[in-house]
Design a binder for this molecule. Structure first.
Ligand code: COA
Length: 709
């Protein structure tokens, strides 16, 4: 029977065994013991190696069973073929967690052995980190059980990384950048413990203020989404994902054995969860360091203090780019700053002290901004000038930063020559957030603001919609009986009816007379479309005729459709034509839902036509979604202003789009056999006038709940 092991012991083990501990300094098994010892681990250390002996002052036990005390954590660093036997020994000893460093498992196709180990471990109440990892660091018990370069600084950032090599390099980088860590976990093949398990623990860990995830591919994405939505309400979460480009995604896939999802989906879903996505490891580190140290702002408005006009304008641009609002009460700005600046300065925000400013002016202006409770964050900029140099300014910046560091967010940017660069380094080494480029400075503040908004946002619960899943299955079963994987137009329309979507009136006609009758009944103008399971792309086959305004046009079009479809595919079985009401024009959009390989059920929205085809202007969310999430998804496309109404047009019925998105999300979440449903176009009318689902495509698995045939 599976027992549940408290993951706390992974981060706070009272004792650690290193299986494969070596006296040979060139071996990974030596390096791990060395790091554990030199980092000052607070618990008991038990090196294990059949040769026995002593390593770095610690007795080596020839066998695990000979260890006198309990073992909470076993780090395994022996060749793959011996690992399973070692895991059996661990079970006998009552070990709680296994940290399997060893490579040579699923990442090289040896999935069977990996699964065997995990299954055995689970059956014996052990959780597995790895295999194929560089280890784990936890500041809670001063444990560095990695074979990294050592010297990790304790702090408040937890790093969880899928890449081993990059993770090891990150250790050195954190030390060089003085980024203090609460934890560093290498997840490798994620055979058992994955990001979600770790997030669950780190969310509750008091030492962790910021969580930084390096991800290459997502497995069990729906669980990750649930977890991230919760965690971002408690902590800042940053993600760096490799595989942004198509080529990068392919490299990542072959690297880890797990397929990276498409980047647009990843990006949208991270936004939905409130996760900050960094472009690069450097940006992620800058954010992590800043977010770990900075207090949360008390409001939205920032003030820029500068002694250079140009750099002030550039910072204003950067604020717009990163969503940082600038304090704009001109009266207060004037009252606050006009008395502390040279005559020709500008008290508007950016507060420009000009190149004439003295270091005293600068200090007074900075103090005035920091002391004012209405100014919620301060960006202090310095451009090298003839009147005072950075060496004079440094003590002022240090003093002001120290005085206000816990009270409001402060970011600095210094720009100039060698002295400025050296002062920048000096300040950074003292933990002051200072950058050479204003964009880097503002990017940090922007990240803080975005995260702050998430921390204050309620966790959205998905909107549930009643769906007659029995009726859905009946439609699918009928199509399955014909060995199809897609629904015919009239069946798809049946699906739309189940969902309560507004569709154009339509009738199936199996001969010309019926087509004429149907057109009369619906009312002109009408559209006619071929109905055949053998013709998926109706337009290509000449199977669609639009805007038929009278009986003669219907007759001509019917004959033309039949002719061209027969010549397009001679043996096509044609059920007839569908005569459909010609819908009023509106904004053409595309909306869909599908089963994504990484995140499970997802919904998608975009504007139709060239917007989706050329501009790829679409937005995604992991389903099911709340009304707010649906609205955020719709607002997430670049062409959103077209829905708000441009050039005197009325706002479109965004609410009605959101309702369709919620329904589609519910459908694919409940009916996992539906792999794709897409409405293209979904015509959107003015606010309050609704939407019309014109063309619906439904793809499904033709084996119930199983594999595609
Ligand atoms: N119990 C305890 N010790 C054992 C053992 C067992 N069952 N079986 C072997 N050992 C000992 C060996 O005798 C050796 O000790 P020694 O140096 O005193 O002779 C030590 O464990 C290591 O075994 P060895 O055969 O020398 O292997 P290795 O050190 O060359 O390689 C790994 C072991 C785990 C490092 C290697 O298999 C591996 O997977 N390397 C890649 C690791 C990696 O990159 N991980 C991902 C990082 S992101």
């Amino acid at each position: 029977m599976e027992k549940k092991t408290n993951i706390e012991y992974l981060f706070k083990p009272r004792s650690v065994a290193v299986i494969g501990a070596s006296q040979n300094k060139a071996k990974i098994g030596y390096r791990i013991v060395e790091n554990i010892v030199s980092h000052g681990y607070q618990g008991a250390i038990y090196p294990v190696n059949p040769k026995g002996g002593n390593v770095l002052g610690n007795k080596i036990y020839p066998e695990l069973s000979q260890i006198p005390g309990e073992v909470d954590l076993a780090v395994i660093a022996i060749p793959a073929r011996f690992v399973f036997d070692a895991v059996k020994d661990c079970a006998e000893k009552g070990v709680k967690h296994l940290v399997i460093i060893t490579s040579g498992f699923s990442e090289v196709g040896n999935t069977k052995e990996e699964n065997k180990i995990v299954q055995f471990a689970r059956e014996h109440g052990m959780r597995v980190l790895g295999p194929n990892i560089f280890g784990i660091y936890s500041s809670a018990v001063s444990l560095d059980a990695t074979f990294g370069p050592g010297g990790i600084l304790p702090g408040h950032v937890a790093i969880v990384t899928q890449s081993g090599a990059l993770g090891i390099a990150m250790i050195g980088k954190t030390t060089a950048e003085l980024l203090g860590l609460s934890a560093l976990v290498s997840v490798g093949n994620k055979s058992d413990i994955d990001e979600s398990d770790l997030l669950e623990y780190l969310a509750k860990d008091d030492a962790t203020k910021v969580i930084l995830l390096y991800i290459e591919g997502v497995k069990q994405g729906d669980r990750l989404v649930e977890m991230l939505k919760q965690v971002t309400r408690k902590k800042h979460v940053i993600v760096v994902k490799a595989g942004r480009s198509k080529r990068g995604a392919m490299a990542a896939a072959s690297h880890t054995g797990s397929l990276a999802g498409t980047d647009e989906i990843f990006d949208s879903v991270m936004r939905q969860c409130g996760v900050l996505r960094a472009e690069s490891v450097q940006e992620a580190f800058d954010w992590a360091r800043f977010l770990a140290d900075s207090p949360l702002p008390k409001g939205r408005e920032a003030v820029i203090i500068t002694n250079g006009g140009g750099i002030g304008v550039m910072t204003t641009d950067a604020c717009e780019k990163y969503g940082v609002d600038l304090y704009d009460d001109q009266k207060t700005l004037k009252e606050t700053f006009s008395k502390v600046m040279p005559d020709f300065g500008s008290s508007k925000n950016p507060v420009d002290l000009t190149g004439q400013a003295t270091v005293q002016d600068y200090e007074r202006a900075m103090e005035a901004a920091l002391a004012n409770d209405e100014m919620h964050a301060v960006l202090s900029l310095y451009c090298e000038t003839a009147l005072f140099d950075a060496e004079e300014l440094a003590p002022v910046l240090k003093k002001e930063y120290r005085r206000y560091r816990g009270k409001k967010p402060i970011v600095l940017s210094l720009f100039g020559g060698a002295t400025v660069e050296s002062i920048t380094r000096e300040l950074r080494n003292e933990g002051i957030p200072v950058f050479s480029d204003v964009y880097d400075a503002v990017s940090c503040l922007g990240a803080l603001y975005r995260s702050w908004r998430n921390l204050n946002a309620p966790v959205e619960s998905a909107e549930k919609v009643e769906i007659d899943t029995g009726a859905v299955e009946t439609i699918l079963d009928r199509a399955r009986a014909e060995k199809r994987r897609s629904l015919l137009a009239n069946e798809a329309r049946g699906m739309a009816e189940i969902l309560g979507l507004d569709t154009p009136q339509a009738l199936l006609a199996t001969n010309l007379d019926e087509a004429v009758q149907a057109a009369k009944q619906i009312g002109y103008p009408v559209v006619m479309k071929i109905v055949s399971k053998d013709i998926i792309h109706k337009s290509d086959a000449g199977g669609v005729a639009l805007d038929l305004v009278n009986k003669e046009e219907v007759v001509d079009a019917y004959q033309a459709i039949m002719r061209s479809c027969r010549s397009y595919k001679k043996d096509a079985v044609i059920q007839g034509v569908e005569v459909v009401e010609m819908v009023r024009p509106g904004v053409e959009t595309i909306i869909g839902a599908r089963q994504d390989g990484s995140f499970g059920p997802i919904v998608m929205f975009g504007l139709g036509g060239i917007y989706v085809e050329v501009m790829k202007d679409v937005s995604f969310r992991a389903a099911p979604i709340s009304h707010k999430e649906a609205n955020d998804m719709i607002a997430g496309i670049r062409s959103y202003p077209l829905l708000l109404g441009v050039r005197g047009e009325k706002r479109k019925d965004i609410d009605a789009i959101a309702k369709v998105a919620i329904k589609l999300g519910n459908l694919v979440e409940r009916c996992r056999d539906i792999t794709d449903i897409e409405i293209n176009p979904l015509i959107v009318y003015d606010h309050g006038k609704g939407v019309k689902a014109v063309d619906i495509r439904v793809l499904f698995r033709n084996l119930k709940g199983g594999e595609q045939r």
